[in-house]
Design a protein around this ligand. Structure first.
Ligand code: AMP
Length: 432
């Protein structure tokens, strides 16, 4: 037996009622947003074939998968993300569905990351994928949905970090660099190791002109999109005209979003790359000032679905990290609304009134009023003080004297007033 078996396994957490409440609040918002934007929920398995999950996830994430052989000898893994499963599902079951397809998923994911604040080995994501359109309005929709998500849970201060992976890929592609080597450079960038990325490019034999362009490119970090476009235009496009299309695409997407979203803050960083290898277009992450790790991330992936045999189907998506959004809400002092509804405790006085107390509680629940029964046989005063501690709004005291007249005592715990009323009047007295 493991000596620490009374603790959750490293990287795993118990969510106590308040935390679980916040998680479910975010989940509820995520689901409402999906409905508002027309994303339909799909539920995919937590366990998938290792090969499916490993296909395009990037070296770093690949090494962090929970991989095991099941009893049938299959090499399987716990999903570290949703996108591979969604791409599989679309390729195999929905390839001929009318486009666009808008899909939503929410659930737990598993990565053997090094645990720290906001980084766990089991975490939750709300995931949205818009499949079938390569047009900038599809990317713009996903960005706007991301902003609405953050606003919807009550976050006010956040920024979207944006880049277009096509810019860097066009430069490296022009230099004849193989995709796998490009991916290694992306991994360095994902870890913010710019020197490492430059060193790797040098090692792979890119031209001096390219090294100079990369160094210039990696220094471009600005808040303003037009300035970003101008700077990259000056530094890179004259040498690598293929990058222009990507830059124009990024510009079109941001212009579209800004056409209807006026309150979002953007940040453009040309050295920004993401660990997942399947991105082909815009990539983005969202940050709050209180946390130096992203609360969400996404981008366009136009070639993933074809890997699973679904033909060329372009797609763009975003994943929001529920755990980190919980932390961001706490830091920005956003409290998920606690239920304002009545919460009733029914207290039987003496053993003979227990059945009646249960009958009353059942009636309340049938009318959608949350009701608990005092099941510890505590004295009335102990039961009442326990009720105030637990935010009970009303108590119903069931005593023999009142019952003999078909009555009970209803106590309002907030005003500390009480009245004796007929059982049939109880429902009118409690706000549902
Ligand atoms: P990714 O799938 O890497 O694009 O991650 C999308 C979002 O999931 C991130 O922005 C985080 O909010 C969240 N996330 C990723 N890894 C973890 C982790 N180990 N623990 C908690 N949240 C995570």
């Amino acid at each position: 037996m493991h000596p620490d078996f009374r603790q959750p396994v490293r990287g795993m957490r118990d969510l106590l009622p308040d935390e679980a409440w916040t998680l479910r609040f975010i989940e509820k918002n995520a689901r409402q947003l999906a409905e508002l934007y027309g994303y339909e929920e799909v539920i995919t398995p937590i366990i998938e074939y290792y090969d499916l999950l490993a296909a395009k996830i990037g070296e770093e994430n690949r090494r962090r998968m929970y991989v095991f052989e099941d009893l049938g000898g299959r090499k399987v893994a716990l999903r570290p993300e949703f996108t591979a499963s969604i791409a599989r599902l679309v390729a195999t079951k929905m390839a001929s569905s009318p486009k666009p397809i808008r899909l939503f998923s929410i659930g737990s994911l598993y990565r053997y990351d090094e645990p720290q604040l906001g980084r766990y080995r089991e975490f939750w994501q709300a995931n949205y994928e818009l499949i079938g359109s390569s047009k900038p309005e599809a990317d713009a929709e996903v960005l706007s949905l991301t902003i609405d998500f953050l606003e919807g849970v009550g976050l006010k201060d956040y920024v979207l970090k944006v880049n277009h992976i096509g810019i860097l890929r066009s430069i490296l592609g022009r230099e004849g660099m193989h995709e796998e080597r490009q991916n290694i450079i992306m991994q360095y960038l994902d870890k913010k190791d710019l020197d490492g990325a430059i060193r790797a490019a040098e090692e792979y034999g890119v031209s001096n002109k390219c090294l100079k362009s990369l160094k210039n490119l990696f220094s471009i970090k600005v808040d303003d999109k037009d300035e970003f476009v101008k700077k990259i235009g000056n530094e890179v496009i004259c040498e690598y005209p293929e990058a222009e299309e990507s830059l124009r695409n990024l510009s079109d997407i941001i212009d579209l979003v800004k056409g209807w979203v006026t309150n979002a803050k953007f940040y453009f960083e040309a050295s920004f790359a993401r660990g997942l290898e399947y991105y082909t277009g815009i990539i983005f992450e969202t940050y709050v000032p209180e946390l130096n790790i992203a609360v969400g991330g996404g981008g366009r992936y136009d070639r993933l679905i074809e890997i699973f045999g679904g033909g060329e189907i372009p797609a763009v998506g975003v994943a929001l990290g529920v755990d980190r959004i919980m932390i961001a809400m706490e830091k920005q002092r956003v409290n998920p609304p606690k239920t304002r509804r009545a919460r009733v405790l029914v207290i039987p006085i003496g053993e003979s009134n227990i059945a009646e107390a249960f009958k009353i509680s059942a009636m309340l629940r049938r009318h959608n009023i949350p009701a608990e029964v005092e099941v510890m046989r505590r004295s009335l005063s102990r039961a009442l003080s326990d009720a105030s501690r637990r935010n009970i709004t009303h108590t119903v005291i069931v005593g023999s004297r009142e019952l003999s007249e078909g009555k009970i005592i209803l106590r309002d715990m907030r005003s500390e007033t009480q009245e004796t009323i007929k059982i049939e009047d109880l429902l009118d007295k409690i706000p549902s």
